[in-house]
Design a protein around this ligand. Structure first.
Ligand code: NAD
Ligand code: MG
Length: 390
């Protein structure tokens, strides 16, 4: 029996994780759950999965949750705030941690899990974008393991040999082919992109996801963040990571080898596959995902990404090539810009313009500790905010 802490259990990934957990009560039990503000939903999850601890974002939310749980005689302890998140990520009572908080807010708890030597199921790609080196170092230093949940990275993980050491040449790996659906605006007239509505931007053609990652998919910043994520997970330099547009989202990514072989992982676009894969690794368990019907899909197509249509993708490559703190700056500016777009304060094309301006305004530095990186994050956010409402 393995116990799991799910950070961000009310989100899209969190809910899919609980779905997989519920299918295997003989293998998994829930140690802890967390949500930022959706207290009623978290209370229902506690009723069903009976975790030892539940963590929320504020004292008010904690009091609300406490009342809901006591009314139903549920014994789950309630805690709140970033330190409580780190505590459930590193608790002795948990074997693995699903890091599924969105954005930089997930960084500290993911690092805490690494320092406690946990098996980390990493959905929170922003943690690697901000502090890839520090996180990978912490994982190595404390005997933790990092299993990718992002469907592309989980696909690549499945296509790489067991015991892969983050050295492409040592394993005859030539290239990583990161597939991308292209999102809702793959073929829309570029001239009209600034007029897209929030509703259009979050309506992804293939995946049902949280709002932030849905907008990231529409700008293709999501793929940019994933290029950086692939760099850290697999030791791949920028020019060995190629983005391939594949609108059907059936091939989740590929690995190209020196002998000309290309290995791909296929499946229906449902996050329960990578979640179940990582949870049970190296075993395979049922995930509830429908089998792939290739005859019904009939056709798979591929094309190159258009960097003029998707400038965010280029900005992410630039940040990766530059190194230092630029990826953290890019991420912070993106988080602010996406939120401002979702709040209808800026137009869609302002997202990439804002990120670009913040990246050129803030000097790229070297940061060897988390404090320095977070200072950079704060500075970039303030700068982005000032550009939105001067
Ligand atoms: P979501 O918005 O649906 O859920 C986010 C979760 O994080 C919620 O439980 C929320 O309560 C919690 N949260 C939000 N802000 C918080 C804060 N400040 N402090 C603590 N908790 C907070 O997001 P999602 O789509 O589930 O994505 C989660 C992560 O997984 C993201 O990093 C995303 O990029 C990544 N991811 C998601 C998918 C997907 O299919 N949804 C696929 C690949 C990767
Ligand atoms: Mg992905």
């Amino acid at each position: 029996m393995q116990s799991i802490s799910i950070l961000g259990s009310t989100g899209s990934i969190g809910v899919s994780t609980l779905d997989v957990v519920a299918r295997h009560p003989d293998r998994y039990r829930v140690h802890a759950l967390s949500a930022h503000a959706r207290v009623a939903e978290l209370a229902q999850q506690c009723e069903r999965f009976r975790p030892q601890v539940a963590v929320v974002g504020s004292a008010t939310a904690a009091a609300e949750l406490e009342a809901l749980l006591r009314a139903k005689d549920i014994a789950t302890d309630v805690a709140y705030g970033p330190e409580a998140l780190c505590a459930i990520a590193s608790a002795e009572g948990c074997d693995m941690v699903m890091a599924a908080i969105v954005g930089a807010a997930g960084l500290a708890s993911t690092l805490a899990a690494a320092k406690a030597g946990k098996k980390i199921l990493l959905a929170n790609k922003e943690a690697l974008v901000i502090s890839g080196q520090l996180l990978m170092d912490a994982v190595a230093a404390h005997g933790a393991s990092l299993l990718p949940i992002d469907s592309e990275h989980n696909a690549i993980f499945q296509c790489l040999p067991a015991g892969y050491t983050r050295s492409m040449p040592a394993h005859g790996v030539e290239k990583i082919l990161l597939t991308a659906s292209g999102g809702p605006f793959l073929t829309r007239d570029v001239a009209t992109l600034n007029d897209v509505t929030v509703e259009e931007a979050v309506a992804h053609p293939k995946w049902v996801m949280g709002r932030k990652i849905s907008v990231d998919s529409a700008t293709m910043m999501n793929k940019g963040l994933e290029v950086i994520e692939a760099h850290w997970l697999f030791g791949a330099p920028a020019d060995k990571i190629e983005v391939v547009i594949h609108p059907q989202s059936v091939i989740h990514s590929m690995v190209s080898y020196a002998d000309g072989s290309v290995l791909a992982q296929l499946g229906n676009p449902d996050m329960r596959t990578p979640i179940a894969n990582a949870m049970a690794y190296p075993e395979r368990i049922a995930s509830g995902v429908a089998p792939l019907d290739l005859a019904q899909i009939a056709q798979l197509s591929f094309s190159q990404p258009d960097f003029d249509r998707f400038p965010c993708l280029k900005l992410a490559y630039d940040a990766l090539r530059a190194g230092g703190t630029l990826a953290a700056i890019l991420n912070a500016a993106n988080e602010v810009a996406v939120q401002a777009f979702l709040d209808r304060r800026i137009g869609f094309r302002m997202i990439d313009q804002l990120i670009q301006r913040v990246m050129s305004a803030i000097p790229n530095r070297q940061a060897s500790d988390i404090g320095a990186l977070l200072a950079e994050d704060v500075e970039a956010r303030a700068h982005a905010e000032a550009l939105i409402s001067p």
